[in-house]
Ligand binder design. Structure first.
Ligand SMILES: [Fe+2]
Ligand SMILES: [Fe+2]
Length: 264
């Protein structure tokens, strides 16, 4: 299957299963086609982006002892994963001239995002809620509308949202373990491992795409669109080792950890 057709399937098929099922053909990129900017993905009626405040907030910590709250957490995270997948498909269509290695690498990350979505959807239903029973927001998708080139994409999605997820996956693994929910905890551990590779992919392409002579930090922060800023790229339990494994330098990690929201 051509990358373009794969991206179109993710963005334009109305059925969730068509978006998140792994294709069984190999991928080619012979005809990237003309640039196409998709402003809204096609989704089933029960997964349309709702106004931000109408979707349930992410339950945290102690409240996750409650099974229903855990189901809602998986519901929220399924939507995060689905948006990441959709943003990546959007990038494939918007930047057909991007390097072939970047495009094919991105498609393989999309296979992971499909799998992550499926894991959360399944766990959510095992805990008694169908994905789509509650409103979902479109925050990640909306922020991705600002990406005007592939450098801004790698700065904004892999190095911010997926970077923060290095922390969030560990936080939720701990919350679920504390609740005695080993299955949910195992899902978070699996996603954490994949996310290290996804951040690594973003970092490699930041380095490939940035102007010569500019540091990783300056290239990264210079490619972000407000209100996205370095503090959005970390969670509550800072995972230094995971960031080192992704290839970030100790200096970069120090700057990220010390970044002061107030002075930005
Ligand atoms: Fe993911
Ligand atoms: Fe990811």
């Amino acid at each position: 299957m051509e990358l373009r057709a794969f991206a179109e399937k993710v963005l334009f098929e109305p059925k969730l299963s068509d978006k998140i099922t792994r294709i069984d053909e190999s991928l080619t990129d012979q005809v990237p086609g003309d640039a196409l900017r998709v402003t809204l993905p096609v989704r089933p009626p029960n997964l349309q982006f709702a106004a931000r405040k109408t979707a349930p907030a992410m339950p945290k910590a102690e409240s996750l002892k409650d099974l229903k709250k855990r189901a809602i957490a998986h519901h929220v995270m399924a939507n995060h994963e689905l948006q990441a997948l959709e943003v990546m498909a959007m990038v494939l269509l918007a930047f057909p001239e991007a390097p072939a290695d970047f495009r094919m690498g991105l498609a393989h990350v999309m296979f992971d995002e499909q799998r992550h979505t499926r894991m959360h959807v399944q766990r959510c239903s095992e805990l008694g809620i169908c994905f789509g029973d509650y409103p979902v927001n479109g925050w990640i998708w909306q922020k991705a509308q600002d990406f005007s080139n592939t450098l801004e994409y790698v700065a904004g999605l892999p190095l911010v949202f997926e970077g923060a997820n290095l922390d969030h996956t560990v936080e939720f693994e701990q919350y679920f373990s504390a609740a005695g929910d080993r299955r949910s905890a195992a899902i978070m551990r699996a996603i954490h491992k994949d996310e290290i590779r996804h951040v690594e992919f973003g970092l490699q392409w930041l380095r490939n795409l940035k102007p010569a002579g500019i540091s990783d930090w300056d290239a990264w922060t210079g490619a972000l669109h407000w209100p996205i800023r370095p503090s959005k790229a970390r969670g509550d339990i800072f995972q230094r080792e995971a960031r080192l494994q992704a290839g970030l330098t100790p200096e970069f990690i120090d700057q990220l950890e010390a970044f002061d929201e107030a002075s930005s």
